[in-house]
Design a protein around this ligand. Structure first.
Ligand SMILES: [Zn+2]
Length: 206
């Protein structure tokens, strides 16, 4: 899709086989050869060639690992962390891929073929560095709204990362709302350990 959107005709090679990145069969592939900074051997262990489209990505790897992007058939939108929230909550209702990064250097795009979305409805596949997150937008929004409320109460991001509320944070929620709400949030934060969707929502909130 990337090459189509950007109107690029990738160079072709002469080897046929299964592409180690997108797993598609190609008749015009290249020899599988990666430079030392490709540290993701797990994702490219099957397949013996690289297809022309993926070869283009490999060549331009530095560009695509140092940005977040939204790719549709019409355009490639690159964006920064502070724009991520707007992009994520306004996904297009047509086929797309979305890539986010926390490291700005991992070559997560290598898993792009696993995160195709047909529309903004239902379960969305996000790729964040090497991690794939499947979630409905409702679930993500719910976490995001909860986090937003807690951040408005000046509860530090570090506390929200661990989910361990201190007494004075608990009291803050109680003062702002009531005891029931404070207990609800406390219980909620106890439940979000190792929840990748919550982590994504927290990442989007700044
Ligand atoms: Zn390929």
């Amino acid at each position: 899709m990337l090459c189509n959107t950007l109107n690029i005709t990738p160079e072709t090679g002469e080897i046929s086989g299964e592409c180690c990145i997108c797993k598609k069969h190609t008749e015009t592939g290249f020899k599988k050869k990666f430079s030392g900074n490709f540290t993701c051997a797990d994702y490219i262990s099957t397949g013996e060639v690289i297809c022309p489209e993926c070869q283009y990505l490999v060549k331009n790897s530095n560009e695509y690992r140092r940005t977040m992007f939204l790719l549709t058939e019409d355009e490639l939108i690159k964006f920064k962390k502070k724009e991520a929230k707007d992009i994520v909550f306004n996904l297009p209702n047509k086929p797309f891929y979305i890539y986010l990064t926390k490291t700005w250097q991992k070559i997560g795009w290598i898993r792009m073929n696993e995160v195709y979305n047909t529309s903004n409805d239902g379960i969305i596949n996000f790729l964040i560095d090497y991690d794939i997150i499947h979630t409905s937008m409702d679930t993500l929004k719910k976490h995001y709204d909860n986090i937003h409320i807690l951040r408005e109460l000046k509860i530090p991001k570090t506390v929200l990362e661990t989910g361990k509320l201190e007494m004075h944070h608990f009291n803050k929620i109680k003062e702002e709302f009531d005891m029931k709400t404070a207990r609800k949030f406390s219980k909620y934060l106890n439940s979000i350990n190792n929840n990748p969707v919550y982590d994504l929502a927290l990442y989007l909130e700044d």
